[in-house]
Design a protein around this ligand. Structure first.
Ligand code: SF4
Ligand code: SF4
Length: 376
């Protein structure tokens, strides 16, 4: 493609007009050098075995789309002024969860972007694949290559324009687009913390000491993993560090000084659910299948399911020091149908008032996960 060809810039113009806040191109030279194999070998992916199964595709986009020449990396700024100060004392949510599920809301714009490639370059639908976070694409590494930002010591993409608050999406294509310069100097491996300087705030303030080195996150210790991806029992030693985080954790993002440049996003492609931040702990502990479905419809939280959210709410209740929650916790410990919920409710009761335990029915409890909470 000649440098004078106006079509790549026309593509970028259309993408920005569609509501993406960043649209940059990287060439696909072949498999991507990436720390992923070492991270997997160390077991840092916890029970996310799908990451192992898809590792080859993640490293080599040519296995996802044979003949892929370029990747269009797209960013959507999800910072909103309404997210600046969460209600005092309320359970905390990862800020991304306070929107309708971005996997769903970004997809139509990506489909339109694929059409743009067709109109401008004659690409057929088979020449393009697009992904929002859930596909086997190393979005962060490609975003660094395309110049959206650098990898911080918090292992996140940090944009010098948007801080830590970008949703990423990727479009693989057989169209050879001119590569934009990377934000960080290219090397064999994407550099970690290129513009962190001496700062170590994210590493120091992680509540569960989940970083084994700058940029190396052990998901097994991460609150985000434990409250979202882990579908089973949350390890007891990590529960105090969860604090009041009921879904995910933003600590290593929000302490980052690069956020000072973040401006409220246009949110053209997003639908706010900032009202979720106002839910109280009693609201959460009282959720029923019906109220859970109605409240979290079209949000990412619905994938956690009611039992997962109740499990997390019990942990937050156990950390709260609020003994007025005991009746709700005792009800869950005695009557909830899920042993997962009962087990975490028993733990929360123990945290708030161990003397309430005799009023629980351990003799009738046959599930080992729940029994373990009595004998801890
Ligand atoms: S998301 Fe929270 S728990 Fe996980 S690494 Fe960051 S600060 Fe630590
Ligand atoms: S908090 Fe500091 S060390 Fe961590 S990513 Fe941001 S600048 Fe880098």
């Amino acid at each position: 493609m000649s440098p004078a060809d106006p079509r790549p810039e026309e593509l970028r113009r259309r993408l920005l007009a569609r509501g993406f806040d960043e649209a940059r191109f990287a060439s696909i030279p072949g498999p991507l050098p990436d720390p992923l194999p070492a991270w997997l070998a160390a077991g840092h992916h916890a029970e996310m075995h799908w990451m192992e199964r898809t590792a080859a595709k993640r490293l080599d986009p040519g296995l996802l789309l044979p003949g892929a020449r370029s990747i269009v990396m797209l960013g959507v700024n999800y910072w909103a002024d309404a997210l600046r100060a969460p209600p005092a004392g309320a359970p905390r949510w990862a800020r991304y969860a306070l929107h309708e599920d971005y996997h769903d809301t970004l997809r139509p714009a990506l489909a339109a972007a694929a059409q743009d490639l067709g109109e401008l370059f004659g690409a057929t639908p088979d020449d393009t694949r697009y992904y929002v976070d859930t596909g086997p694409v190393l979005e962060r590494s490609w975003a660094v290559r395309a110049g959206l930002g650098f990898t911080g010591k918090n292992a996140m993409l940090i944009s010098r324009r948007h801080g830590n608050w970008l949703f990423l999406a990727a479009l693989l294509t057989r169209v050879p687009l001119p590569a934009d310069p990377p934000a960080a100097p290219p090397g064999d491996q994407p550099a970690i913390g290129t513009w962190c300087g001496k700062c170590t705030r994210c590493l120091d303030q992680c509540p569960t000491a989940a970083f084994t080195a700058p940029g190396v996150l052990d998901a097994r210790r991460c609150v985000s993993y434990q409250t979202i991806e882990n579908k089973g029992v949350i390890p007891r030693d990590l529960r105090p560090g969860i604090g009041n985080r009921v879904y995910g954790c933003d600590t290593c993002l929000e302490v980052c000084p690069w956020n000072r440049f973040a401006q409220a996003g246009r949110a053209v492609l997003l639908a706010a659910r900032h009202d979720l931040a106002g839910l109280t702990l009693p609201d959460l502990l009282d959720l029923t299948p019906e109220t859970f479905a109605a409240t979290f419809r079209r949000t990412a939280v619905k994938r956690l399911k009611l039992t997962g959210l109740l499990r997390n709410a019990c942990v937050v209740a156990g950390n709260s020091g609020d003994r007025s929650l005991l009746p709700r916790l005792l009800r869950l410990a005695r009557t909830h149908t899920s042993p997962l919920v009962r087990a975490h409710a028993v733990w929360a009761v123990r945290q708030l008032e161990a003397t309430a335990l005799p009023s629980l029915p351990p003799a009738d409890e046959t599930d080992p996960a729940v029994q373990a909470e009595y004998t801890a």
